[in-house]
Design a binder for this molecule. Structure first.
Ligand code: ADE
Length: 312
């Protein structure tokens, strides 16, 4: 039994749903609490969801609460959602937004996510302009670490774009939004769903080809890299038809002032044919990234404690 002077006992919302007491649930939500989390202002929104800042009532930890109205989701959206949840459930990496828990009520679904309070890459470039060569390297290396990790466990993001690259307040990169991600039994399989944002979409997506594997993430990484180092997008057009032609023809020009090793990396990524595009391993070994110390994988923790003489 809990002591009378122990921590206040909060009833998890999951338990309430079994009571079928809609009114109590609504009061809890209107009372701006979801499970253990006190809900604050909106920090983002998507096609099917809103994201709010929330605090754990006891630990005061900040989280991002992704709120989905189940009544507005059609069959396709529900499938994407269950893919997002099952993809995220198995991801644990310092550069990937972590899914802490899922809270479900009869009408809504709440994804309790790791909070990244330093804004997103798109907004940063939009407000501050292109990144320095050094900042681009450090940021890109972390995106690459996240995508390499995902591909190694057969998860393809499929909606990688600057808006989905978040920063923590200390500047660490967190890849977010797995709304279109898919888990495949083997990464080299054919997938045939057009997902993601057109300016980041690979030529094969516009060509309606069946092969939509991990190389669509590699292409999107190339677009993100181009955007970071130049402050503009490689493929831009007033109409979807023109954009399609630009992407299919792979018509882009890297400005001559971009450092040579970075130009070579961009050109190795933004190639028409998926099979000719760099694989993540080739990117890891490229000249441009050589000076960056990779954050992942870290030294095994058990070795650290055994190496007392080497510890700082
Ligand atoms: N917006 C969307 N997801 C977010 C997150 N995990 N942290 C902060 N802002 C977000």
């Amino acid at each position: 039994d809990e002591k009378a002077d122990g921590p206040p006992r909060l009833t998890p919302l999951q338990k309430l749903t079994t009571d079928k007491d809609e009114k109590t649930i609504k009061e809890l939500i209107i009372g701006r609490r979801v499970g253990f989390y006190k809900v604050r202002g909106e920090i983002g929104c998507g096609t099917f969801s809103r994201v709010k800042l929330a605090f754990h009532a006891l630990t005061k930890d900040k989280v991002a609460l992704k709120i989905l109205d189940k009544t507005r989701l059609d069959g396709q959206a529900q499938r994407l959602l269950s893919k997002e949840i099952s993809s995220m459930e198995c991801l644990q990496h310092p550069n990937v937004v972590c899914l802490y828990e899922v809270v479900e009520t009869p009408s809504r679904l709440y994804l309790v996510l790791e909070y990244a309070g330093g804004g997103d890459l798109h907004n940063r470039i939009y407000t501050e302009g292109k990144m320095s060569d050094n900042d681009s390297k450090i940021t890109f290396a972390q995106i690459l670490a996240a995508i390499t990790y995902m591909h190694n466990i057969n998860v393809i993001h499929r909606d990688l774009k600057a808006e989905n690259v978040l920063f923590t307040s200390s500047g660490c990169v967190k890849v977010a939004d797995f709304g279109f991600s898919t888990q495949v039994s083997n990464c080299n399989v054919a997938l045939d769903t057009f997902c993601g944002s057109p300016p980041y979409a690979a030529p094969e997506l516009f060509r309606d080809e069946c092969y939509l594997g991990p190389s669509v993430d590699v292409w999107a990484m190339g677009v993100v890299l181009f955007f970071m180092v130049t402050g503009s997008m490689p493929f831009r057009a007033e109409t979807m038809g023109k954009l399609r032609r630009c992407v299919i023809e792979c018509a882009y020009t890297v400005p001559p002032w971009v450092p040579g090793p970075c130009q070579r990396l961009i050109k190795g990524i933004l190639k028409k044919a998926p099979a000719q595009r760099y694989a993540v391993d080739q990117m890891l070994g490229c000249d441009w990234l050589l000076p960056v110390q990779f954050l992942w994988p870290p030294e095994p923790a058990s070795l650290d404690s055994e190496r007392g003489d080497l510890a700082e």
